[in-house]
Write a protein that binds this ligand. Sequence first.
Ligand SMILES: Nc1ncnc2c1ncn2[C@@H]1O[C@H](COP(=O)(O)OP(=O)(O)O)[C@@H](O)[C@H]1O
Ligand SMILES: O=C(O)C1=C[C@@H](OP(=O)(O)O)[C@@H](O)[C@H](O)C1
Ligand SMILES: [Mg+2]
Length: 198
Amino acid sequence: MSDIIFPVAPTLGERARAALGRRNLVFVGLMGAGKSAIGRMTAAQLGLPFIDTDTEIERVSRMTISELFAAYGEEEFRALETRVIKRLLRSGPRVVSTGGGAFINEKTRKQIERGGISIWLKADLEVLWERVNKRDHRPLLKTENPKQTLENLMNQRYPVYELADMTVHSRDERKETIVNEVLEAIIEYTGKGSKNDE
Ligand SMILES: Nc1ncnc2c1ncn2[C@@H]1O[C@H](COP(=O)(O)OP(=O)(O)O)[C@@H](O)[C@H]1O
Ligand SMILES: O=C(O)C1=C[C@@H](OP(=O)(O)O)[C@@H](O)[C@H](O)C1
Ligand SMILES: [Mg+2]
């Protein structure tokens, strides 16, 4: 008796992986948007390696982000961030989650534009605040009024994040739902004849 082979429809992750091709996927957005968490889960669905640029910076410098800011200041941190991201994007494909300020730095943004496709996780102030409020490892929020600081950063940065190739609304929903929306966004974006098409 011959075996009957049933065709199996590719999963959403497999379809998005095929659409991405050799390109890197780069998460951008404000602190608390979910870049690190959603990036890691997206990489698992795509079957690609994941790297968080803050984790990589901490590994190479053997210091925490807070220690780096305290010892060398934001400018030095940005210079290190630019170098690390440039190196990470040279090879791939992988999923890269950046720190919130990376895409705002023009040099880093150009590298991201050349080295991959970018996705902005866009979130409202209340959602961001609820999430960042729980931890105190973000040096830029060690101010008198961190919620106001976050709002100021939103006003300054949202026009720049708008330049990302894709946008997904990060909100009070299960992380799996957001990951699925990211995968759908990749399929839609690449299907439209995106830049760096393969
Ligand atoms: N959709 C979500 N629902 C609930 N919590 C989330 C969601 N997305 C992210 N988080 C949580 O919010 C916090 C901040 O997320 P994180 O990935 O560190 O953000 P970022 O890297 O953008 O600063 C983490 O504790 C993360 O688990
Ligand atoms: O917004 C920023 O300038 C920063 C965001 C942080 O990363 P997350 O966005 O992952 O919190 C981290 O890179 C650093 O504290 C600076
Ligand atoms: Mg992060």
